[in-house]
Every structure is written in structure tokens, then in C-alpha cells.
Write a protein that binds this ligand. Structure first.
Ligand code: ADP
Ligand code: ZN
Ligand code: MG
Length: 477
């Protein structure tokens, strides 16, 4: 595929994200919901699907699902459970209890950090299956020597979030999952750990000629377990489809498996249709009909979402909500430190910069960083009592050892230069280096570094170099 042909095609992506809920117990029984326990220790007749056992719905799972729906601007509504029938060894009942045509959350949206909205078709509750491990060279069921199954995961509550096909690139898809993960964690419903399988992403990918009104035929890709593999899988799949179409071929709708090592997708199964599953209402469960009060109580109790927090940080810093330092501060949960600094009178922009750089770099120590001490350092820098380089040094030491910022600054000999002192130093430097000054004055900018170096040396590093540059340039006239 040449670059020219790539620009004639548009990639269209819709993601289906499964998230495990952080409940203490499973969706329909009292077994523990714990990742990493000894296989087949958290099981009972209900989650093993033994005859005569009956499901009892976990109220907290419903509440978490409502939190997710609310955070994604969905309508939270009365809903039904269905049985989705199919055989697979890791699903002991031979059907999965899921929500089909009447999900608990419908029709919402998620805003990417740059403000673009991605539609959410639905976010419904369902139970997880057990986990199969295929032992053998292939690592997959085909060609396995034997397979092991762990039912600890069978019956763990999931919410499946079905996004609309509004994403247009692998970067979009990654940004969407990143934001969704942050929202899920903020609601408290999920730990968002992709590497432990508590967040699993299936990608539907199609391509079409730019400007074409209809969507192309899609393939669904499974088995990506990091944002990086999600991006790679989408890129590979789009290129594969474009090559087929440019060759005059057609795309057949199917589920494809992403192979991380080979870096490609391959056919898993052709698309199954809903009627293959013979969905029917689950006769052992009544509809979920949350009261208006419950829906409101859940909405009222939601903490601020990442987008709200970015807006607040952006406002305090006078930056755009998708500026890198703003995104970093919220991603790393450093906004309480910003608020403390601003409340103590420090400059918001400086505080955000110090948090996104020095504090982010020493993140292990950030939790022990005293907000008042942080505010004090940024305050000293705001008032030009410390230069940027000095503030960084003090902050680094504060992160490593704690202490009093003023005392640290003093110990380093960082003394505030009296107002006007810098001007005198500059007079001296000009007098001592007349040749260099004449060249600088005549417009030779590269000499500035030399003169600044002299100023720095003359002040023992205590000068605000930004101010020194400004003064030098002003002298030039
Ligand atoms: P199904 O009922 O077969 O599961 P849906 O219409 O519910 O199909 O779509 C499932 C997922 O596929 C959604 O996330 C949706 O955004 C995505 N999707 C649908 N059509 C396309 C397409 N042509 N290209 C890419 N993604 C698509
Ligand atoms: Zn159980
Ligand atoms: Mg669907």
C-alpha cells in the first residue's frame, strides 16, 4: 500500500469493551470475585451451573453498572436478563446470562480529551465465563495437547460497553480506551487493569473510500491485551482490508484473532448471528427496575470525572484541557497538590508545570509530598525568589527527603537577589566584556549565551536567567 492509496481510504472503528466489576462477590452467587486465587476454589453450584441452582442478583453490580451508565451520559432504564445459548467448555451452564434487547444503560457518549464525542450504543450487564488455558505449542485451542479450565471467573460481573463506529484511527481508538478506563476507575466500578483482563477490548474495523456514504464490511478483532497491541492490530487489519479491496476482492464479515508475536490477525470464526444464540428471557430473574430515587442517588454520588478535573486544572493553569501537562496532572492524580498550591497563592501555570515534570518524575515519593511545602516552592518561584533551576533542585530534594523548602534553598545558597541587583551585575558584565557586548548589540544573537553564562557565574547561579535575557535585550535598544 502506498502513502497515496492510504489517504484515499478511511478506517472506521467501533469498540466493544468488557470491564469486570470490583464487587466482593460474583453476579449471581456469593462466591468471591478475586483475581489470581487458586484455580477452581471460588465456585459453587450456581456458578458451576449445577441443575436446580438459582441465580440471585448482586445489588452492588447493578449499582456499579448504573454508575458507569451515568458517567457515560446514558439513559439508565429498567432492563431484562436473557440467556445467550452456546456451548463452550469454560461456560458451565452452556448459556451466558446477559442483557439483550433491553440493556440497563442506553444511548450515551464519551468525550475524547480533545472534545470529540464518541457515541455509546449501550452498556449492559452480563456474567463472565471461566478461563481456559490451552496447553501446547500453539497456545490456542487448535493444536493444543490438552486444555485446563478455571471456573473462578465464571459468573464474575461484567459491564459491556458498546461504542458506536465513530473512531477513525488507531490513535482515536487508543485515546477512547484510555479515557474510558479513566472513567471506569473514577466511578469505582473497575480497577481498569488490562493486563489482568479486567478490561478487555474487541475492535470492529472496516475501511471505506474517503467520502463514501456507507460503512464498509467489518471484522471483529479479539485478543489484544494492551493499548499498544490494540493500535497495532487496527493498523494491520485496516491495511489488510485495503489490500484486498484494491485487488478487487471483498471483505467477509468474521471474527479474527490478533497474534501479538506475528503481528497479524487471522480468521477465528465467521460471524455468528443473534438467532444462532436463541436468546430468550431468563426465567429465573425478574426485570431490574431501579427507582428514580436510586438512579438520582447514584448520579449525585459520582465523583468528578477525568474530563471535569482536566477542565478545572486547565482553568487554574490557563492552558487547554488537552495540553500535555494538564492531562498528566489528572492522569497521575496530582490535582489535589495543584489545588493546595493555588489556595496558598502560588501561580497555577507554574504549579502545573512543576507537577507534570519534577513531581511526575518522582511519582513514588509524590504521595509523601507535603502540599504546603509544594505550595511554598512554587510560591517562591512565582515571586522570583527562586529561579526555575533552583526551584527544580529544591523540589527534587523535597521529594526525596522532605523538609522545609526555605531551609533547603538556604542550604544550597539560593538567595533571592534584591530587586535591581541584577541590573548592576549586567552593567559589570558588559563593562568586562566590551567586544562580546558590541557584537550582541549589533544584533549577533548567538553571543547572548556567552553573556548569560557570565551573568550566571557572577551571581553564583542565583539570577533569574529569563529575566537576565530580557534585561540584556532591553539594553540593546
Ligand atoms: P452486532 O449486533 O453484530 O454485534 P452491532 O451493530 O451491535 O453488531 O455492532 C457491534 C460493534 O461493531 C459496535 O461497537 C459498532 O460500533 C461496531 N460496528 C458496527 N458496524 C461497523 C463498521 N461498519 N465498521 C466498524 N465498526 C462497526
Ligand atoms: Zn458461585
Ligand atoms: Mg452488538
Amino acid at each position: 500500500m502506498t502513502a497515496a492509496t492510504a489517504t484515499e481510504w478511511e478506517t472506521v472503528i467501533g469498540l466493544e469493551v468488557h470491564t469486570e466489576l470490583c464487587t466482593a462477590t460474583k453476579l449471581f452467587c456469593g462466591c468471591a470475585n478475586n483475581f489470581g486465587d487458586q484455580p477452581n476454589t471460588n465456585v459453587c453450584p450456581v456458578c458451576l451451573g449445577l441443575p436446580g441452582s438459582l441465580p440471585v442478583l448482586n445489588r452492588m453490580a447493578v449499582e456499579y453498572a448504573m454508575r458507569i451508565g451515568t458517567a457515560l451520559h446514558c439513559t439508565v432504564q429498567s432492563s431484562l436478563f436473557h440467556r445467550k445459548n452456546y456451548f463452550y467448555p469454560d461456560m458451565p451452564k452452556d448459556y451466558q446470562i446477559s442483557q439483550y434487547d433491553v440493556p440497563i444503560n442506553a444511548d450515551g457518549w464519551l468525550a475524547l480529551p480533545d472534545g470529540r464525542r464518541v457515541g455509546i450504543e449501550r452498556a449492559h450487564i452480563e456474567e463472565d465465563t471461566g478461563k481456559s488455558t490451552h496447553v501446547g505449542e500453539s497456545g490456542r485451542i487448535h493444536g493444543a495437547d490438552y486444555s485446563l479450565v478455571d471456573y473462578n471467573r465464571a459468573g464474575v460481573p461484567l459491564v459491556e460497553i458498546v461504542g458506536r463506529p465513530d473512531l477513525r484511527s488507531s490513535e482515536d481508538a487508543r485515546a477512547y480506551v484510555d479515557e474510558l478506563r479513566a472513567i471506569l476507575v473514577a466511578t469505582g466500578a473497575s480497577d481498569g487493569k488490562m493486563e489482568e483482563g479486567s478490561l478487555r477490548v474487541d475492535a470492529n474495523v472496516s475501511v471505506r473510500r474517503r467520502g463514501a456514504p456507507e460503512l464498509g464490511t467489518r471484522c471483529e478483532i479479539k485478543n489484544m491485551n494492551s493499548l499498544r497491541s490494540l493500535g497495532r492490530a487496527i493498523e494491520y487489519e485496516a491495511a489488510r482490508q485495503i489490500a484486498i479491496l484494491e485487488d478487487g476482492g471483498t471483505i467477509s464479515q468474521e471474527t479474527r484473532h490478533w497474534d501479538e508475536t506475528l503481528g497479524r490477525t487471522s480468521t477465528m470464526r465467521s460471524k455468528e448471528e443473534a438467532y444462532d444464540y436463541r436468546y430468550f428471557p431468563e426465567p429465573d430473574l425478574v426485570p431490574i427496575a431501579p427507582s428514580a430515587e436510586w438512579v438520582k442517588a447514584v448520579a449525585d454520588a459520582l465523583p468528578p470525572m477525568p474530563a471535569d478535573r482536566r477542565a478545572a486544572v486547565a482553568e487554574a493553569a490557563g492552558m487547554a484541557p488537552d495540553a500535555d501537562p494538564v492531562v498528566t496532572v489528572v492522569r497521575l492524580d496530582l490535582d489535589p497538590l495543584l489545588n493546595a498550591a493555588v489556595a496558598a497563592g502560588a501561580d497555577g501555570e507554574l504549579a502545573v508545570k512543576r507537577l507534570a515534570n519534577e513531581v511526575a518524575a518522582g511519582l513514588e515519593q509524590a504521595s509523601t509530598l507535603d502540599p504546603r511545602a509544594f505550595a511554598a516552592v512554587v510560591g517562591m518561584e512565582s515571586r522570583s525568589e527562586l529561579t526555575t533551576a533552583q526551584a527544580r533542585t529544591v523540589l527534587k530534594e523535597l521529594l526525596e527527603h522532605g523538609g522545609d523548602p526555605a531551609a533547603i534553598a538556604k542550604a544550597h545558597g539560593f538567595e533571592a537577589m534584591a530587586a535591581g541587583a541584577l541590573s548592576g551585575v549586567i552593567d559589570q558584565v558588559i563593562a568586562d566584556n566590551p567586544g562580546e557586548w558590541d557584537r550582541f548589540a549589533a544584533g549577533e544573537d548567538k553571543v547572548q549565551g556567552f553573556l548569560i553564562g557570565k551573568i550566571k557565574a557572577a551571581t553564583g547561579g542565583n539570577a533569574d536567567l529569563k529575566e537576565a535575557s530580557a534585561l540584556l535585550r532591553a539594553r540593546r535598544g
